[in-house]
Design a protein around this ligand. Structure first.
Ligand SMILES: C[S@@+](CC[C@H](N)C(=O)[O-])C[C@H]1O[C@@H](n2cnc3c(N)ncnc32)[C@H](O)[C@@H]1O
Length: 276
């Protein structure tokens, strides 16, 4: 269990929550696929191979390999990847061989491959609560993209009032029920500590506790620009609509510059002045 980060200090990286239950519940609770269509479109536009950071149980990875893309999926949590591997093993041979999975931390992996598209969706970026670790992840992704490659982060658009709502109750396909949800807000560290109790047939089976660091739109833009990306777009939903007050998501699309990208016109003018 993760304890609340000390006030004023940099929060510690997540202590993987009760992973077996989390992985089991994850499949039931997160079956939405609106963002999967967008990921498929982005993959067609950018070209493979594709890197999915924090791929979980394969909600996006499976549709990608079915669509013909070679995908490396990495995740910190072995139970998530075990469920993913079971799904992959049920695919036909020609689809199966397109998936490679890796137990790894997104901020410290190293692969001998350069990707056309890297992405991290469904708030996974917020599960990395330490600022330095988030930056290392952005640098690492930059280094693993080929020139002109694209990195997409999808996270929630922070709305402080909604995030403090409590007591959601929700039955899932396998009979788990969220019996209570309790959120501590550590505003100094921009971290929510979410504690969710689950019951199965009326008996409490587990409490999952996970930290979620929220990022604001321009914070993400600054971070990605700092490590060398160019921000190409920020969308408020999977339909590529602009961010508005009431849009729920932040899809930040960042591109690694092409090696032969021309210098901006102002820089060329400055060079010309020095030469004359
Ligand atoms: C909310 S799930 C999202 C799964 C998947 N992206 C999806 O959309 O279905 C978050 C995932 O992030 C993973 N994760 C958290 N921190 C990570 C890190 N530093 N490196 C890699 N994976 C991480 C967790 O293990 C979990 O599987």
């Amino acid at each position: 269990m993760q304890s609340k980060p000390p006030t004023g200090g940099e929060p510690q990286p997540p202590n993987p929550y009760n992973l077996d239950i989390a992985a089991d519940l994850f499949d039931d609770l997160h079956q939405g696929s609106a963002d999967v269509q967008l990921v498929l479109e982005l993959a067609r536009e950018a070209g493979g191979p594709i890197l999915e950071l924090a791929c979980g149980t394969g909600r996006c990875l499976i549709p990608l390999i079915r669509a013909g893309f070679d995908v490396v999926g990495l995740d910190l949590a072995p139970p998530m990847l075990e469920r993913l591997q079971t799904k992959v093993s049920q695919e036909p041979e020609e689809v199966r061989h397109r998936a490679t999975t890796l137990v790894a931390d997104g901020s410290s992996f190293s692969l001998p491959l350069r990707f056309g598209l890297a992405f991290m969706v469904a708030d996974a970026f917020g599960q990395i609560p330490a600022k330095q670790q988030q930056e290392s992840l952005a640098v690492n992704v930059f280094d693993h993209l080929r020139a002109g490659g694209v990195f997409v982060i999808d996270t929630f658009h922070p709305d402080i009032h909604r995030l403090l709502e409590r007591g959601r109750s929700e039955r899932t396909a396998r009979g788990y029920q969220v019996v209570s949800e309790d959120i501590d807000h550590d505003r100094a560290n921009q971290v929510f500590i979410v504690r969710t109790s689950y019951s199965l047939d009326g008996h409490t089976v587990s409490q999952i506790e996970w930290p979620l660091r929220y990022s604001f739109r321009f914070e993400l833009e600054h971070l990605l620009e700092k490590v060398g990306f160019t921000i190409e777009a920020v969308w408020g939903n999977h339909r590529r609509e602009p961010v508005r007050d009431d849009t729920r998501r932040l899809f930040v699309v960042a591109r690694k510059p092409s090696q032969d990208e021309p210098l901006p016109a102002e820089a060329m003018e400055a060079v010309a002045l020095v030469q004359t």
